[in-house]
Design a protein around this ligand. Structure first.
Ligand SMILES: Nc1nc2c(c(=O)[nH]1)N[C@H]1C(S)=C(S)[C@@H](COP(=O)(O)O)O[C@H]1N2
Ligand SMILES: [Mo]
Length: 252
C-alpha cells in the first residue's frame, strides 16, 4: 500500500470513528497502528491519543516555521534563572569545559560528549519560536548540533522508540518519539543569536524541539537515553509533565 493511501485510511479511520463512536474507539484504532503516546491512560488519554495519532500520520515530516533574521525578538523572555546547585555553579565557573552530555540506552556506542566535541559535529542554525504554555513566546536563532547527527554517531538500535532526556536539575526530564528525535529541526543547541547560549536560556546545552511547546525544549541538558519504552521512567507517562496535568505530546 503506498504512503498516501495508507495515510488516508488511518486518518479516515481514526477521525470517522471519533465522530461516530467516540474518542475511546478512535484511540483503539490508533493503538493498532502503534500511534499511542505514553500518557494514553486516564480521562484525557483518548484525547491525547487522538491528537498524537493524527499529528504523527499527517505531519511526521513537517517543519516548524522558520523566521527571517529581522523577526528575532529584541528582548526574549527567559523563564528561569540558572540552576542553583553548587555543581552547576562549579561548572559555570569553569566556562562549562567540564560539562558533559552522556548518551546511553539502546545504542551501539554509548558515549560522553563535551560541548567542544558537539561543536565539531555538523552544525545547524535556525530561527524559530519558543512558545510557552502560559501564553508568551519569543523568536531567536538557535545554533547547534542536530540530534540526528549524534544519534547517527552512537548507532541507534532498531527497537528504539523514544529518546528520554534529563537536565542537571533532577526533577526535569522528558522524552520525544523517534519522529521528533530524527527530525532535522531537533537540535542540541549550544549557541543563540550569534553567541554562546546564555545560561538564562539553557546554556551551555539545551535540546530545542521547535515543533512542540517550550516545556519540551529542555535547558541544562546532561543526559540522553534511547529506549523502547517510557514505562520505566517516573510514573511511566513519558515525562514529568503529565504528572502535573500537561500533555506529553505538545505539538504546535
Ligand atoms: N531545565 C529546564 N528546562 C526548561 C525549563 C526549566 O525550568 N528547566 N522550563 C521550560 C519551559 S516551561 C519553557 S516555556 C521554556 C522557556 O524557555 P526560555 O527560558 O528560553 O524562555 O524552557 C523549558 N525548559
Ligand atoms: Mo513554559
Amino acid at each position: 500500500m503506498n504512503q498516501i493511501t495508507r495515510r488516508r485510511l488511518i486518518t479516515g479511520g481514526v477521525a470517522a470513528t471519533a465522530g461516530v463512536a467516540g474518542l475511546a474507539a478512535a484511540a483503539r484504532i490508533a493503538g493498532r497502528y502503534g500511534l499511542v503516546p505514553p500518557d494514553c491512560k486516564g480521562i484525557y488519554g483518548p484525547g491525547e491519543t487522538l491528537t498524537y495519532a493524527a499529528q504523527r500520520v499527517l505531519t511526521a515530516h513537517s517543519l516548524a516555521r522558520e523566521f527571517p533574521r529581522s523577526m528575532i525578538s529584541k528582548t526574549p523572555f527567559m523563564n528561569e534563572t540558572a540552576p542553583k546547585s553548587d555543581e552547576f555553579k562549579r561548572l559555570e565557573a569553569g566556562d562549562f569545559k567540564e560539562w558533559r552530555l552522556a548518551i546511553d540506552g539502546m545504542v551501539a556506542r554509548p558515549g560522553v560528549y563535551s560541548i567542544s566535541e558537539l561543536k565539531s559535529l555538523p552544525m545547524r542554525s535556525q530561527i524559530t519560536e519558543v512558545v510557552c504554555e502560559e501564553g508568551w513566546s519569543y523568536i531567536a536563532e538557535w545554533i547547534g548540533t542536530p540530534l540526528s547527527d549524534v544519534l547517527q554517531a552512537v548507532g541507534v538500535l532498531p527497537q528504539a522508540r523514544y529518546v528520554a532526556y534529563f537536565a542537571i536539575e533532577k526533577d526535569w526530564w522528558d522524552s520525544i518519539d523517534m519522529a521528533d528525535a530524527w527530525h532535522p529541526q531537533t537540535v542540541l543547541s549550544w549557541g543563540m543569536n550569534d553567541g554562546d547560549l546564555p545560561v538564562g536560556f539553557g546554556g551551555p546545552l539545551r535540546l530545542r524541539v521547535p515543533r512542540q511547546l517550550g516545556y519540551k525544549s529542555m535547558k541544562y541538558l546532561t543526559r540522553l537515553t534511547v529506549t523502547d519504552s517510557m514505562k520505566k521512567f517516573g510514573k511511566g507517562l513519558g515525562s514529568a509533565s503529565p504528572e502535573g496535568g500537561y500533555a506529553w505530546y505538545a505539538g504546535i
